[in-house]
Design a protein around this ligand. Structure first.
Ligand SMILES: [Zn+2]
Length: 223
């Protein structure tokens, strides 16, 4: 079968046999795929230095006749993050890896833009980036309205089961108007102050929404 080429982000590496790896990629045009990288753990493998997460990759593979395809080529492009941002990047990749499952046709644009936001955000970059990922997954609504009844709300609202609700629709963790405005501003790249208390509350909102969708929290989002 003819070789296929695509842009890709590496989201998972699983050792296979003595020298190989099964690599999960989120690709631009083919969604999430798993490929066998034969001999990738051998010291002299050409794949060894290239198969890194948090880089833009150009990969080539031969589809399997029945099962998994075989990786034939990897070119590592630019690093997406600065060294100091790598830990946050790994958490973002781990969350994306749980959001976009094998066979999903999308994910590349979503993860790529969230990584870009992680790279440039001055405040709480991981919260901003994960929020972006959730927004693009379609799990978030307008921060000025109740997600249940649609009423615009100027005062406090409530976070319940991963939804922002007005007082009439439900009670839960209180979300002040200030926090809602700050989150919206940070998502637009504006320079606003986020207090420690509000950052903690935002982190808790993310933890709860991940939990609601059955996604295991990463270190920054554990209680
Ligand atoms: Zn409502």
């Amino acid at each position: 079968m003819a070789e296929i080429q695509d842009r890709a982000l590496l989201v998972r590496r699983i050792p296979y046999g003595d020298t190989s790896l099964i690599c999960h990629f989120i690709t631009e045009h083919h969604g999430r795929i798993a490929l066998m990288a034969r001999g990738a753990r051998r010291p002299k493998s050409a794949f060894r230095a290239s198969l890194e997460p948090l880089y833009e990759l150009q990969i080539g593979w031969r589809p399997g006749r029945t099962g998994m395809g075989t990786l034939t080529d990897v070119n590592r492009g630019a690093a997406l993050l600065q060294p100091a941002q790598m830990l946050g990047g790994q958490e973002l990749i781990a969350i994306a890896s749980r959001l976009f499952q094998e066979g999903d046709s999308h994910g590349y644009e979503e993860l790529h833009s969230a990584l870009q936001l992680l790279a440039v955000s001055s405040q709480q970059p991981l919260l901003v980036a994960v929020w972006k990922l959730l927004e693009q997954t379609g799990w978030l609504g307008d921060m000025s309205c109740c997600w249940h009844c649609g009423t615009e709300e100027n005062g406090s609202m409530f976070w319940k089961q991963g939804h922002l609700l007005c007082g009439a629709c439900g009670q839960g963790m209180e979300i002040s108007a200030g926090l809602r405005k700050t989150v919206a501003a940070l998502m637009h790249g504006e320079r606003v102050m986020l207090s420690e208390a509000n950052a903690g509350r935002w982190r808790e909102m993310i933890r709860l929404i991940l939990q609601q969708h059955g996604i295991k929290a990463t270190d920054s989002f554990k209680v």
